[in-house]
Design a protein around this ligand. Structure first.
Ligand SMILES: *[C@@H]1O[C@H](CO)[C@@H](O)[C@H](O)[C@H]1NC(C)=O
Ligand SMILES: *[C@@H]1O[C@H](CO)[C@@H](O)[C@H](O)[C@H]1NC(C)=O
Ligand SMILES: *[C@@H]1O[C@H](CO)[C@@H](O)[C@H](O)[C@H]1NC(C)=O
Length: 371
């Protein structure tokens, strides 16, 4: 039977050519780039410091830059400071960065800083350097073709690309797609070009929700996002600059937006309902929950995908979770929803919430449940 995967999609318009390829910086480009570390916070000293941080040195007149530069030169992603020592390492199960302490616990000022604290014997101040963590950079196609086809199903604008990025980091396996999006291929989503039914990718992106399409998959990760946000994000993609631009304000106040909402808001609800109804084995992930805690949600996804969990790999993923898919520039403050649109969308949210609860699945997150 010939089953075309991208045929039923009426939202995408294929405005992909405007995007420029993004070239990843190599470690060499990043070395010696001063003052570009990210502050991670104050953390309790690990039980075994030498095991958690393979390299350390006493630094006279210690400063954040001195320690960050040392760890960057030695190609570590973390620089941890105390009042006298600089420690370099990676996030591992010995030092996960999951339990950030109150900054005040790291009260000791660094010798050569006017404002920055450096920690003490019990608490470390930690920065993330610009060094790329290579523990989760490798990618491959599945060496043995999977018998089970797994969907990464979502309504458009729900963070599917970002989730694929996280899944690829966490598993080291390419994700596939029902569509061919050249911009994503250029960014390194090599599985984009693969036939969606090859069994060579770990899961396959799809926005479809026809019964036939859903039943073509043996299981699915169903990604759900707040419809208020998803609709705006997809509108931005269609009328703005592809995956990372914003639509001009005139578009929102004109005819396009109300027509778009009227047509697509009901689809947001039926998309979820159809996957719940026809999907053989559905693992629901709420985008908002995923944003709050990528580590535990990716851990569950990796298990659902039938792979072994590597804690170090997940921690590496967590350190690089942002990727290149954030819309840049000024986010419009403008609220484009009318009272009538809100009334409709709130009803749709309630319907989806009820369907999820009926199946004992995680209900929609508090923040978009209508009050
Ligand atoms: C830390 O781990 C190393 C390597 O396993 C070991 O040799 C050392 O004794 C440990 N130190 C402490 C304080 O447990
Ligand atoms: C540390 O600071 C002191 C006092 O400002 C200075 O005399 C000394 O040379 C500095 N040492 C280094 C290695 O920068
Ligand atoms: C629903 O989920 C809860 C908590 O995960 C579980 O304890 C309960 O047995 C489930 N009930 C059904 C009917 O599956």
């Amino acid at each position: 039977m010939l089953l075309l995967c991208g045929i039923g999609l009426f939202l995408t318009t294929g405005q992909y050519t405007r995007l420029e390829p993004v070239h990843a910086l190599s470690n060499k480009d990043l070395l010696f780039k001063e003052g570009s570390a990210t502050f991670k916070g104050c953390f309790k000293r690990p039980d075994n410091v030498t095991l958690a941080f393979p390299v350390d040195a006493v630094i006279e007149n210690i400063s954040v830059d001195k320690c960050v530069n040392m760890c960057t030169e030695k190609e570590f992603t973390l620089a941890a400071l105390t009042w006298e020592k600089c420690h370099c390492g990676f996030p591992t199960s010995l030092f996960t960065l999951h339990e950030r302490e109150d900054d005040e616990r790291c009260w000791l000022r660094c010798a050569e800083e006017d404002f920055e604290n450096c920690g003490n014997n019990d608490y470390f101040i930690v920065y993330q350097t610009q060094v790329q963590d290579n523990r989760c950079m490798d990618r491959r196609f599945l060496p043995i073709h999977a018998e089970h086809l797994i969907a990464l199903a979502s309504f458009p604008g729900s963070g599917n690309t970002w989730t694929r990025h996280l899944i690829e980091l966490a598993t080291g396996v390419y994700t596939g797609s029902c569509y061919f999006d050249k911009a994503l291929y250029i960014k390194g989503f090599i599985g984009e070009k693969d036939d969606w039914r090859s069994g060579e990718t770990i899961c396959v992106k799809t926005h479809e929700n026809s019964r036939t399409m859903i039943q073509a998959f043996d299981s699915s990760i169903l990604l759900i996002r707040n419809p208020y946000k998803a609709l705006m994000s997809e509108f931005n993609r269609q009328y703005g600059g592809g995956h990372i631009g914003f639509a001009a304000e005139a578009r929102w106040s004109g005819k396009d937006w109300p027509v778009f909402v009227k047509k697509n808001a009901p689809w947001w609800a039926s998309h979820t309902q159809d996957w719940l109804k026809y999907g053989k084995k559905v693992h629901v992930v709420h985008y908002e929950d995923l944003k709050r805690d990528v580590f535990s949600h990716l851990k569950k996804m990796v298990l659902f995908l039938g792979l072994e969990v590597s804690e170090d790999r997940l921690l590496c993923m967590e350190g690089q979770k942002d990727g290149n898919f954030k819309r840049s520039g000024e986010k419009p403050e403008y609220d484009p929803y009318t009272a009538e649109m809100r009334a409709n969308i709130d009803e749709l949210i309630k319907t989806v919430d009820t369907e999820l609860k009926k199946r004992n699945l995680t209900a929609v997150p508090e923040e978009y449940r209508p009050r």
